[in-house]
Design a protein around this ligand. Structure first.
Ligand SMILES: [Zn+2]
Length: 136
């Protein structure tokens, strides 16, 4: 059974308890790292400037306290392995649904086509494949 590093645990602790709940269940079945939870103004504006976020502080769900968004990577991380991120997202969305928590994935912002497959995930204009956020 996989388990979180102390760094992943520390980052996860900055997130809403519903996101913590999903991640703590998921780590029992799928090995992944938590790389971003709450982000302050300086960090948010830096990643915006670097092109990794579409919004400046305070418009990201990462800017809330506790954070309403979490960024994950499959472990070990390979940023080029789109399939691994997509597979993790499927697990995450399944666990969230099982728990009755409404979340959105950064690989499917319009959130309507997760069950259709095929080209339905290819209409995403800005891929943020490790990003998950609460919708309620
Ligand atoms: Zn994110």
């Amino acid at each position: 059974m996989a388990h979180f590093s102390s760094k992943s645990k520390e980052i996860l602790s900055t997130c809403d308890t519903r996101l913590q709940d999903i991640c703590n269940t998921l780590i029992e079945w799928f090995d992944f790292s938590v790389i971003s939870g709450h982000r302050g103004e300086e960090e948010q504006n830096k990643i915006f400037a670097d092109g990794y976020s579409q919004v400046k502080y305070p418009d990201s769900k990462h800017n809330a306290e506790p954070s309403l968004a979490v960024d994950l990577t499959p472990y070990p991380v390979d940023w080029e392995d789109r399939e691994a991120f997509t597979y993790l997202a499927g697990w995450f969305m399944g666990v969230a649904r099982m728990k009755g928590i409404n979340v959105r994935w950064g690989g499917d912002w319009n959130g309507t086509d997760g069950n259709r497959g095929g080209d339905s995930l290819k209409d995403n204009s800005f891929d943020d494949l490790g990003h998950f956020e609460l919708m309620d």
